[in-house]
Write a protein that binds this ligand. Structure first.
Ligand SMILES: CC(C)(COP(=O)(O)OP(=O)(O)OC[C@H]1O[C@@H](n2cnc3c(N)ncnc32)[C@H](O)[C@@H]1OP(=O)(O)O)[C@@H](O)C(=O)NCCC(=O)NCCS
Length: 401
C-alpha cells in the first residue's frame, strides 16, 4: 500500500472512510469548513483505483501539560478504513506514515480519543485520562447551601464567539489535557450546531455567567423537550460548561440543574475530580460512569519529557521500550526538567505506552506498576518518579475531537 497526503479541496473525500461508519456521505461544504481546522497536508490517505479507502488526520494542537501550555501536539482525527478493506494492514501503514510525519515536524506528542479501546495501544498510545458521564434526576439535584452571586445571560452565537474564547483559554492554559482553540475551531466545532449533532434535541443555548460585569464562565447546552400526559420527561444535555473560577463552576451547574420543565440532566466528558461530587447533597444521584478518556503517545520521548514541568527537583532514569518508534528506545535521564540520553542505571523500566499514561498526571507510576506496566529497577524509583510527575489537577479534555 502507498500512503499519500490528501490534496487541498478533497477533505470531503479524504474523510469518507470514517464518514462511512457514522452514516454520512461526502459533503463538499462540510469538507471545506473542516479544512479550516485540519489542513489537507495533515491528512494521510490510501487510494485504490482512485478511491480513498483509508485515511488518518492530525490537527496541529497546542496542548497544556503539567506545568506548561502550548506544547505542539498532533491531535489524531478521522482515522478510518472502509469495511471493504479492513485487516490488510491499512491502519498500520497509516499509523506508520503519520507518526513518522509527526516526528519529522517536531511535535513531541500525539493525542486522541479512541473509537475503540483495542486499537491504539499497539502503536504506543496509552490511556492518559478517564472521562465521566452523568445522568441525574432533577428531583435529587439539590446543592449544599451557598450564597448566590453574579448573573446569567443568554447569548446569541455571535456574542458567544466573542465572549467564550477568553474564558476557555484561561481555563485551558492551566488544565493539563486541554488545548488552545483558534477562532475557526470555535466556529467549525464548538458553536456550530448542525442538525445531525442534535440527536432529537433543540438548538444550542449559550449562557454567560458574570460577576460585577466581568465574565467568569459559560455553558453551551440543549434542551430535549418532552412531556407525557403533562408530566416533564425531557432533559438538559450539557455540551460544555467551563468556569474560570470555582464560583463560576458552581453557579453554572446550579443554573443547568435548575432549568424548569426538565426531568433530568445529562453531561459527558467530565473529569473525575469534578467539583459536582462535593457541591450536591446527593452526589450518588449523579450516576457517574467512567470510561477511558484521552490517549497520549510520546512521539519524541526526550522532547516530550523536556516540555512539561515537574513538581520536585529530583532526577530519574527511565529505560523506555518502543517497538513502533525505535528512535525512542533506551535510557533517558530526567534532571532539572530536561531529558537526555544516559548510560546510568535505570530507576524504572517501562514501555512508551505506560509513559503516555503517566505523562499528563492522570495516572501514577505506582498504579501502573501494580498492573505490571512499569518495573521498578532501583528502590524508591516509583516514589521518586511519582513525586516528579505529580499534578494538582487530573487531565481534562472537554471535547471529543
Ligand atoms: C479500526 C480500523 C481503522 C482498523 O483498520 P484495519 O486496516 O482493519 O487495521 P489493520 O489491518 O492495519 O490492523 C492492525 C492491527 O490492529 C487490529 N485491529 C484494528 N482494529 C481493530 C478492531 N476494531 N478490533 C480488533 N482488532 C483491531 C488488527 O487485528 C491488526 O492486528 P495485528 O497487527 O495483530 O494483525 C477500521 O476497522 C475502522 O475504520 N473502523 C471504524 C472506524 C474507527 O474505529 N476508526 C478509529 C477512529 S478513532
Amino acid at each position: 500500500v502507498r500512503v499519500e497526503l490528501a490534496r487541498a479541496g478533497e477533505l470531503h473525500l479524504a474523510m469518507q472512510p470514517i464518514g462511512h461508519y457514522v452514516g454520512r456521505g461526502p459533503d463538499v461544504e462540510r469538507g471545506r469548513a473542516f479544512e479550516r481546522i485540519l489542513p489537507a497536508e495533515r491528512v494521510h490517505v490510501i487510494r485504490e483505483d482512485g478511491q480513498i479507502v483509508g485515511s488518518a488526520g492530525a490537527y496541529p494542537l497546542a496542548l497544556t501539560v503539567p506545568g506548561a501550555a502550548g506544547v505542539p501536539t498532533a491531535g489524531i482525527v478521522g482515522v478510518g478504513v472502509l469495511p471493504t478493506h479492513r485487516r490488510r494492514g491499512i491502519l498500520r501503514a497509516l499509523m506508520r506514515a503519520q507518526l513518522d510525519a509527526i516526528h519529522e515536524r517536531g511535535e513531541p506528542l500525539a493525542y486522541l480519543w479512541a473509537s475503540e479501546d483495542v486499537i491504539y495501544g499497539r502503536y504506543g498510545y496509552g490511556i492518559a485520562s478517564f472521562s465521566g458521564q452523568i445522568e441525574i434526576d432533577r428531583a435529587h439535584a439539590d446543592f449544599a447551601p451557598f450564597e448566590r452571586r453574579g448573573r446569567l445571560r443568554l447569548l446569541e452565537k455571535d456574542e458567544a464567539l466573542a465572549a467564550f474564547p477568553p474564558l476557555y483559554e484561561r481555563v485551558a492554559a492551566g488544565t493539563p489535557g486541554m488545548f488552545a482553540r483558534t477562532a475557526a475551531w470555535w466556529e467549525v466545532r464548538i458553536l456550530a450546531d448542525p442538525e445531525y449533532r442534535r440527536r432529537g434535541g433543540g438548538e444550542h443555548a449559550r449562557v454567560l455567567y458574570e460577576v460585577d460585569g466581568k465574565a467568569e464562565g459559560y455553558a453551551v447546552y440543549r434542551l430535549h423537550f418532552n412531556v407525557d400526559t403533562g408530566i416533564p420527561e425531557g432533559h438538559v444535555q450539557v455540551v460544555e460548561a467551563v468556569g474560570a473560577t470555582a464560583g463560576a463552576v458552581r453557579e453554572l451547574w446550579r443554573y443547568l440543574l435548575d432549568i424548569d420543565w426538565m426531568a433530568r440532566l445529562k453531561a459527558e466528558l467530565l473529569p473525575l475530580d469534578h467539583p459536582l461530587f462535593f457541591l450536591l447533597q446527593e452526589p450518588r444521584r449523579l450516576e457517574f460512569r467512567v470510561r477511558d478518556g484521552t490517549w497520549l503517545r510520546l512521539v519524541d520521548v526526550g522532547a516530550a519529557l523536556s516540555s512539561r514541568g515537574y513538581a520536585t527537583d529530583g532526577e530519574i532514569v527511565l529505560d523506555v521500550h518502543d517497538d513502533f518508534c525505535p528512535w525512542n528506545e533506551g535510557r533517558w535521564r530526567l534532571a532539572d526538567g530536561k531529558a537526555g540520553r544516559t548510560d546510568a542505571q535505570p530507576d524504572l523500566n517501562l514501555s512508551v505506552t505506560a509513559l503516555g499514561s503517566a505523562y499528563l498526571g492522570g495516572f501514577t507510576f505506582a498504579e501502573l506498576a501494580r498492573a505490571g506496566r512499569v518495573e521498578e529497577q532501583r528502590p524508591g524509583g516509583l516514589d521518586r518518579a511519582d513525586a516528579l510527575f505529580r499534578s494538582d489537577r487530573l487531565p481534562w479534555c472537554p471535547e471529543i475531537f
